[in-house]
Design a protein. Structure first.
Lengths: 228, 228
DNA sequence: TCTGTTCTTAAGAAATTTGTAATAATTATC
DNA sequence: GATAATTATTACAAATTTCTTAAGAACAGA
């Protein structure tokens, strides 16, 4: 059972899409703007996003760029504009397909099916983008969920892996404790200690001398970063 | 450097496409009909196929069906017909995208790039030969459905075999319990216990010491993998 | 239908991970 | 140097995930 997030501000269209998708046994989540979409996306395990381009506040392309910061979920754009430039813009930020309104519901379904098929078949469901990150002596493999320190495998817990992945995907960027909490736990931060403790545990595993970390550094009063 | 096969009977269009693709540093192979296309495809290591639908003799859809018999190479259809039914037909036999003529060359390139981006993990889009897989002391024969452990045949049930096959085809890749369920049973997962129990039974058959598995390892909180 | 095999379900045990809270150490500011 | 704020460390309790076992349901072949 696949979860599809429909981001569309026009209620009627959203409702229509929902009906078609539910008929095909897809789970549907709805959002009427970009901010809402990000919230749902971070909370649920979404397999595909249907995204309207024209929306109030944060538009579809901005929203997809946000999503792309830490996900390679397939995205299909919906738009009333049919100019080629828009299409290209959409595809180059990592959209997987593009449908112009008004659209034939059967075509919509066919494209959704086609898109999901690509991502679930055995051989090609893997996206190369950030599957393997190597910075300094640390290598993180998102497929095998392995972390190598100078070539030596190190066991990490799921949360440790997620935190390390977040930081290594954005080397040198400083994340506040709250930011880490929100991105990794997908819920509002309330106890900074939790993150601190996990950071310490990660350091113990990847740093030669955890007291003087070479990679996972603190930026006083601001947060943590992975230096690379 | 990617190899793209352009199958198009109209010489002018083929030539135009060739120019665009070569500009982007793609290798281009051309074929003007389905039979020719299959010959080139079998000979060269093709990474993507641009296929015209309307062609003399064997049409584009038939050709792709032939290709699909032993390859999952990405295919983008080109067509003068813009009726929705054709689009759907194209997508459902395993095409990855669909462009109607006349098309904007930039859009064509954007779609080619988008399509290739996801296929780079297996360079030629062809499923790795998986008739016989040998990893460590375990040999799995997909034709005779036999499993050898250090040369000694071991009886496995159909489901056990499928699970083992999935994991061994993707050594070191971690599959979540749900993923295993969906891929092996071909239906949405609902009871993780089932998978767990099968994993245990497989371990009993292939591991020297099932309590400390050498091959079929758990990645805590994430899933299982076949280590090799 | 009978029989033997395979598969699913369930429940408790075991193992591992995660959160908490108390205390120590460090850094910045005055 | 004293003080306040921030981060580090530690140990243990709680929560979560996986393992194991066994019973019976479903299935296939004779």
């Amino acid at each position: 059972m696949y979860n599809i997030l429909v981001v569309e501000d026009e209620k009627e269209i959203a409702a229509a899409i929902e009906i078609y998708l539910k008929n095909q046994n897809y789970n549907v989540f709805k959002a009427s703007n970009g901010i809402e979409a990000l919230k749902v996306f971070n909370k649920e395990d979404i397999h595909l996003v249907l995204m309207d381009i024209m929306m109030p506040e944060m538009d579809g392309i901005q929203t997809v760029m946000k999503i792309r910061e830490n996900s390679t979920v397939p995205v299909i754009f919906l738009s009333a504009k049919s100019e080629d430039t828009d299409k290209i813009l959409g595809l180059n930020i990592g959209a997987d397909d593009y449908i112009t309104k008004p659209f034939n519901p059967l075509e919509l379904l066919a494209r959704v099916n086609s898109c999901l098929r690509r991502y679930t078949s055995y051989s090609n469901g893997i996206l190369p983008q950030d599957d393997v990150i190597r910075i300094g002596g640390i290598e993180l493999n998102n497929i095998t969920k392995e972390v190598l320190v100078d070539g030596v495998p190190v066991k990490t817990t799921p949360l440790e892996f997620k935190i390390l992945h977040l930081l290594m995907r954005n080397p040198n960027r400083v994340f506040s404790i709250e930011e880490i909490y929100e991105k990794v736990w997908n819920e509002p931060a309330y106890n900074p200690d939790t993150v601190t403790v996990h950071i310490r545990r990660i350091r113990e595993k990847i740093e030669i001398n955890p007291k003087e970390p070479k990679y996972l550094k603190v930026v006083w009063g601001i947060g943590y970063k992975f230096e690379g």
